[in-house]
Design a protein around this ligand. Structure first.
Ligand code: NAD
Length: 253
């Protein structure tokens, strides 16, 4: 029996990036907590797998294959929820290149997905929540990259820093309507994204990150999903404009 403050029975959630990694783990956990979960991603096959997994766990998830940079398509999908309690804007891409080798096209692509995609999702969610007078929760996905400089992470870090600024700004504007907006900034989490990143590296970042963390390991997608569930649920009803860092205790400057 779930603790009541974490119970999402009767609520509706929308999760972007739900075909894999952190987004899938989040969609499954929100569904297990009782929410009807609308799942959006580019990867239609992965989305249908997420929906099937949710069903085997006794939950309900619906698939919306779409690109989060397609604002009109995203709006239609969010509006199809009818009424919305939770938005988890998780879809994102990794990009790494030295500043001097970064093209304007790289920058545009990463900002489009990792910042504007999150902005579109948050905006559509806030509009729908306002229209129905829903005291909802919006959760964005930032990164530990916002706390420190890291070689190669200009585009990725800039987009995630913009996500933090969006989160704080929207929290201030939506607070009077009872809508909360918070960010999650994970450390290194073992997902298809980090597996791909490490595959091209000579020094395996995962092992380095595990050594840096006081808890002595890297994260799993469920570690982040639980942070999102906390922020999505009534358990965090007095928390807004915050950045929650599931990172194994890595000290940030
Ligand atoms: P992942 O690559 O495993 O999953 C990302 C999902 O987003 C994929 O299913 C992908 O298809 C989807 N996606 C990408 N571009 C999209 C688009 N334009 N429209 C719709 N869907 C799109 O990555 P992950 O590690 O699970 O990362 C999820 C989020 O968490 C990202 O925003 C990432 O930046 C962030 N994050 C990850 C880590 C980590 O260590 N894995 C750490 C900090 C932050």
């Amino acid at each position: 029996m779930p603790v009541k403050a974490y119970d999402l029975t009767g609520r509706t959630a929308f999760v972007t990036g739900a075909a894999g990694g952190i987004g899938r783990a989040t969609a499954l956990l929100l569904a297990e907590a009782g929410a009807t979960v609308h799942c959006a991603d580019l990867d239609a096959r992965g989305l249908h797998e997420t929906a099937a997994l949710a069903e085997t766990r006794g939950g309900t998830a619906l698939a919306h294959p779409l690109d989060v940079t397609d604002r009109a398509r995203l709006r239609l999908a969010v509006e199809s929820c009818g009424q919305l309690d939770v938005m988890a804007a998780i879809a994102g891409i990794m990009h790494s290149s030295p500043v001097l080798e970064t093209s304007d096209e790289d920058l545009d692509r990463v900002l489009n997905v990792n910042f504007k995609g999150v902005l579109h999702a948050c905006r559509e969610a806030a509009r729908l929540m306002l229209a129905h007078g829903t005291k909802g929760s919006i959760v964005t996905m930032a990164s530990g990259a916002v706390d420190t400089g890291a070689a190669g992470l200009l585009c990725y870090g800039a987009a995630k820093a913009a996500v933090v600024q969006l989160t704080r700004t929207l929290a201030t504007e939506m607070g009077p309507h009872g809508i909360r907006v918070n960010a999650v900034a994970p450390g290194w989490i073992r997902t298809p994204m980090t597996d791909r990143h490490d595959a091209g590296e000579q020094t395996h970042t995962e092992a380095l990150m595990a050594r840096m963390a006081p808890l002595g390991r890297v994260g799993e997608p469920d570690d982040v999903a639980h942070a999102v569930l906390y922020l999505a649920s009534d358990a965090s009803s007095f928390t807004t404009g915050q950045i929650l860092r599931p990172n194994g205790g890595v000290a940030m400057p």
